[in-house]
Design a protein around this ligand. Structure first.
Ligand code: ADP
Ligand code: ZN
Ligand code: ZN
Length: 667
């Protein structure tokens, strides 16, 4: 027995995508007095680094080969055994080194070898409180559907259930969150929202309702503010934290409920490094803690809808807007039948004129920023392409430059001559927000126009200023991208124009149709939110497309049924489980060779299909090529068994492999 004890070592995560490292306890501390989940300072190469203790166990190395850890900055564990279990689950599911999983949400300051109390002892650590016009301080009188949803959620607060709150835009989902939270206090609640840029209104409502009890957490906070929010969750000083993806990793002392607003949003999936879905990890976390979790959306993901059909999630429905506010009516405008005026149809222009005359607002959505997405030679059809990724360059009037939207920093002046045939006839083709803005300023010279895209909105403050101008009525016509499409309430908007969604209908990404339907529904949802009825003008060259017809006749539900049926026929998620093995590198041949080798050497159960390798659509990205191998399985366990074999495989030095489990984009 005693011989065994001598061999017990600490298995430590160091934050890099590497396995756990074995260390002996520091010389002055006995291993029995050290807890899993504590920070620890260890020698690593020539440096001293902070790691996290994940396990105690035996080492395969002889004691003489092991180094002793140096010191323990804290006297307590940062993470409960439950959280460590959760990290391990995620590492297994995503086939990602646990060392990096654990460090994903850890505030950078905790990598310093100082006690937390000392790291926090600065005035700058005061938590940000959003500053209150106060909107709606008091709980609203609930509609019957809201009351039913809240009763269901709070009926059993000490049991895991995943609820899908399916409420049309403007149906009062946020009020359901707020009052369900109230019933959960004093236990802690985590509210996850997609993007901080879209958060000001939701955050504000949470702060207005709960004041000092609530705090905001997102990745753009300063290091010390991050740490103090982290500590406020850890110490239960704050009961409610509203934040983006990274808030999921906060070590709540007494978590009682999780809410995920806009659960379908793709920003819940991390796109680099550790490719996790915050929604799915939140569900596992709720399950481990045995607490309810609420996924809310007007346009739920097909996965979540499917899960309600399988009785894994409990559906809660808000089918109406309170105060008799009506959903807008949708009109399809066939753009084949008329010559558009700068991209705008006659009917849309007329409706905007009427809205202006009656002091109402119009909102135009176009999912493309810049002036024009294509720069072409009229003589020889040469197109301006990015030298790094071969994608098309977009012309930006604001910067007087061509820019690549993939490779940041790839700027060029507008060409004076075609580099291929020397012709001076170069044209900007297609529409972006800037071009629509300039068209509108000619059509409506006296109107105040607000353009909301990531070129005009570079800080949260700018977004707030822009939103204030919209709410006060100073801005009469709004034009923008996704930034404008989601989450906002513009009670005085009665006309919505959707200008360019056709590419989403024939994309090679099988998820594109789902996103398009979500966008159409979300954008449409901005109109007619108060007592003014709204109309949506959807301009398309494909008015007979079955997807548009489904949305037109039966809304998002009809669309979802249509697409789910299609996915079942084609054996795609959620009717199968998909992982994409992505290979990245400078040589196409090496990528294809590596993936072909994998394809022929992976042993798969019968129901697993390996598809590929194929070069990815945006196959060059910042000078790198990308190839994919798809792994499709009808059972999750079969998928996992296949992927597990990759840990024994080391690709050639020039090829980087990444496993994307449950990918949200197939590019
Ligand atoms: P959603 O999140 O579903 O889009 P919100 O929760 O933002 O909708 O609610 C839309 C609007 O309806 C908000 O202005 C909100 O204050 C109002 N509202 C919500 N619930 C009620 C209610 N029970 N009675 C009156 N107004 C309500
Ligand atoms: Zn030319
Ligand atoms: Zn590029």
């Amino acid at each position: 027995m005693s011989a065994k004890k001598i061999n017990l070592v600490l298995k430590i995560a160091l934050g890099y995508p590497l396995p756990l490292f074995d260390y002996l306890a520091p010389h002055d501390t006995s291993i029995e007095n050290i807890c899993i989940g504590m920070r620890i300072c260890v020698p690593f190469g020539k440096k001293e680094v902070i790691g996290l203790i994940v396990e105690k166990g035996e080492s395969t190395l002889p004691p003489s080969k092991l180094k002793a850890a140096l010191s323990l900055p804290d006297t307590f564990a940062l993470f409960s055994p439950e959280m460590i279990t959760w990290f391990k689950q995620a590492a297994n599911y995503y086939h990602h080194p646990i060392a990096e999983v654990i460090f994903t949400g850890l505030p950078a300051l905790l990598k310093k070898n100082l006690p937390i109390a000392q790291l926090l002892s600065t005035r700058k650590s005061r938590l940000v409180q959003a500053t209150p016009p106060k909107l709606e301080h008091n709980p609203l009188i609930l509609t019957q559907e809201q009351e039913q949803a809240i009763s269901a959620i709070s009926s059993n607060l000490s049991q895991f259930t995943c609820y899908l709150l399916k409420g049309i835009t403007g149906s009062g989902k946020t009020e359901v969150y707020l009052q369900a939270i109230e019933r959960c206090l004093p236990k802690q609640v985590l509210i996850l929202i997609p993007e901080i840029a879209l958060a000001p209104q939701t955050c504000q409502r949470v702060i207005d309702r709960f004041g000092e009890k609530a705090a905001i957490y997102h990745s753009q906070l300063s290091p010390v503010k991050k740490l103090s929010a982290w500590h406020a969750a850890f110490s239960s000083e704050k009961q409610i934290i509203i934040g983006t993806r990274s808030a999921l990793f906060l070590p709540f002392k007494n978590l009682g409920m999780i809410m995920i607003d806009e659960e379908h949003d793709i920003s819940f999936k991390q796109q680099e490094g550790f490719l996790f879905s915050a929604r799915d990890m939140a569900i596992w976390r709720a399950k481990l803690a045995n607490i309810p979790i609420v996924l809310g959306s007007a346009t739920p993901s097909l996965e979540s809808l499917h899960n309600t059909h399988l009785n894994r999630f409990v559906p809660l429905v808000l089918s109406e807007r309170p105060n008799e506010a009506m959903l807008p009516s949708v009109k399809l405008i066939d753009t084949n039948l008329e010559k558009l005026n700068q991209g705008l149809s006659h009917a849309l222009i007329l409706a905007m004129k009427k809205a202006l005359a009656s002091h109402q607002q119009s909102l135009l959505f176009i999912n493309r920023r810049g002036y024009a997405p294509t720069i072409m030679c009229v003589q020889c059809f040469w197109q301006a392409k990015c030298p790094h990724c071969a994608g098309r360059l977009t012309y930006h009037l604001q910067y007087e430059r061509l820019r690549c939207h993939v490779c940041v920093g790839a700027y060029q002046p507008f060409p004076t001559h075609c580099p291929s045939c020397q012709s001076p006839k170069i044209k900007a083709i297609g529409l972006g927000t800037e071009r629509v803005e300039s068209a509108l300023s000619h059509l409506f010279p006296n109107a105040q126009i607000a353009r909301i895209d990531s070129d005009t909105i570079t800080t949260p403050k700018k977004l707030n200023t822009a939103l204030d101008k919209i709410h006060s009525g100073e801005s009469q016509i709004l034009i923008g991208t996704q930034l404008l499409a989601k989450g906002h309430h513009f009670p005085n908007v009665t006309v919505v124009g959707i200008l360019h969604i056709d590419s989403g209908l024939y994309s090679t990404d099988f998820r594109a149709t789902e996103r398009t339907a979500q966008l159409i529904t979300q954008v449409s949802g901005r109109a007619g939110r108060a007592n003014l009825p709204g109309t949506v003008y959807l301009q398309t060259a494909l008015p007979q497309h079955p997807l548009l017809q489904a949305i037109l006749l039966g809304g998002y539900d009809a669309f979802a049924r249509y697409i789910l049926n299609e996915r079942q026929q084609t054996y795609l998620p959620p009717f199968s489980h998909l992982a994409i093995i992505r290979a990245k590198g400078k040589s196409k041949e090496a990528l294809v060779e590596t993936l072909s080798y994998l394809k022929s050497h992976l042993t798969c159960q019968q129901e697993v299909k390996l598809l590929g390798p194929i070069m990815s659509d945006s196959s060059r990205h910042k000078d790198f090529h990308q190839a994919q191998l798809w792994v499709l399985a009808d059972k999750r366990s079969a998928l996992q068994l296949t992927l597990k074999q990759l840990s024994d495989f080391s690709p050639p030095y020039s090829v980087k492999l990444a496993i994307d489990v449950d990918p949200l984009s197939t590019y």
